[in-house]
Design a protein around this ligand. Structure first.
Ligand code: C5P
Length: 230
C-alpha cells in the first residue's frame, strides 16, 4: 500500500457540485473518497456516480435484520464501492449476511467495515441502554464479534486504534476518523490524533473531512496530509 492511499477524504455535503469539485481537487492525493448517508439520501445513485477520481467508501452504517441488510448491500454492489459500513451491534447473523451479500461481487467485492460503539456515546449512554461494560470493553467485544462474523475491518476512534490493533492482530483493517493535523481546529471532534500519530498507532487508513474540505486550498491540504504519513 502506498502512503498516499492511506488517506480517505470525507465529502460531507449535500451539494453535488461541491462534492464533485472537492473530489477533483483531492482525488490525486487520496486513496478513497468517503460518501456518507446525508449525501447519498439527498442525491442518490446519480449523485454517487458524479463523484469520480478515486474509489468510493460508502458510509451508510447499515443496521437492520440480516435479510434487509443483505438486500441493501446487494442493492449498492453495482456502484462498486470499495468499502461499506455496517453496525456491529446488528449481531453475528447480520454481519455474516452482509459479508455473504458482498461476496456476490467476487473479487470486486467491497470491504465490509463494522462500526462498534458510536463515538458520540459515553459510559452513561451505555448504562441507559442496559450495557454494563465500559465503552472500551464494548468496542473490543463488538469488534471481535464483527471480525469473527466476517467483517474485514473496523471503523474506530484514534483512542481505540492501538488497543484494537494489539488485540485483533495485523490482518484486521482499521479505519480511523477523528484526525486533526497539527494546528487544525478540532471542531466537534473531542479526542483527536494527527495523521502521523494515528498511522503510528496502527491505522490502515485515516478519514479526514473538514481539515481538507474547509481549507482554502483542499488539494494542498490533502497533499500535505498525505505527505505527513509517507
Ligand atoms: O470533518 P471531519 O474530519 O471531522 O470528518 C470525519 C468524518 O468521519 C465524518 O464524515 C464523520 O461522519 C466520520 N466519522 C467520525 N467519527 C466517527 C465515525 C465517523 O468523525 N466515530
Amino acid at each position: 500500500m502506498s502512503a498516499t492511499n492511506r488517506l480517505i477524504v470525507a465529502l460531507d455535503t449535500v451539494d453535488t457540485t461541491q462534492a464533485r469539485a472537492w473530489a477533483e481537487a483531492v482525488a490525486p492525493h487520496s486513496g478513497l473518497l468517503k460518501v456518507g448517508l446525508e449525501f447519498f439520501l439527498a442525491n442518490g445513485v446519480a449523485g454517487y456516480r458524479a463523484i469520480v477520481g478515486a474509489p468510493i467508501f460508502l458510509d451508510l452504517k447499515l443496521h437492520d435484520i440480516p435479510n434487509t441488510v443483505a438486500g441493501g448491500v446487494r442493492a449498492v454492489l453495482p456502484l462498486r464501492p470499495r468499502m461499506l459500513t455496517i453496525h456491529a451491534a446488528g449481531g453475528a447473523a447480520m454481519i455474516q449476511a452482509a459479508h455473504q451479500a458482498a461476496s456476490g461481487a467476487g473479487a470486486d467485492r467491497p470491504m465490509i467495515l463494522a462500526v462498534t460503539v458510536l463515538t458520540s456515546l459515553g459510559q452513561s449512554d451505555l448504562h441507559a441502554a442496559g450495557i454494563a461494560a465500559t465503552p472500551a470493553e464494548q468496542v473490543l467485544r463488538l469488534g471481535r464479534l464483527a471480525i469473527e462474523s466476517g467483517a474485514d475491518g473496523l471503523v474506530c476512534s484514534p483512542m481505540e486504534v492501538a488497543m484494537l490493533r494489539q488485540s485483533l492482530g495485523s490482518s484486521v483493517k482499521l479505519i480511523v476518523p477523528g484526525i486533526r493535523p497539527e494546528g487544525a481546529a478540532a471542531g466537534d471532534q473531542a479526542r483527536t490524533m494527527t495523521p502521523a500519530q494515528a498511522v503510528a498507532a496502527g491505522a490502515d487508513w485515516i478519514v479526514v473531512g473538514r481539515p481538507i474540505t474547509g481549507a482554502p486550498d483542499p488539494a494542498a491540504a490533502a497533499a500535505s496530509i498525505a505527505a505527513s504519513i509517507q
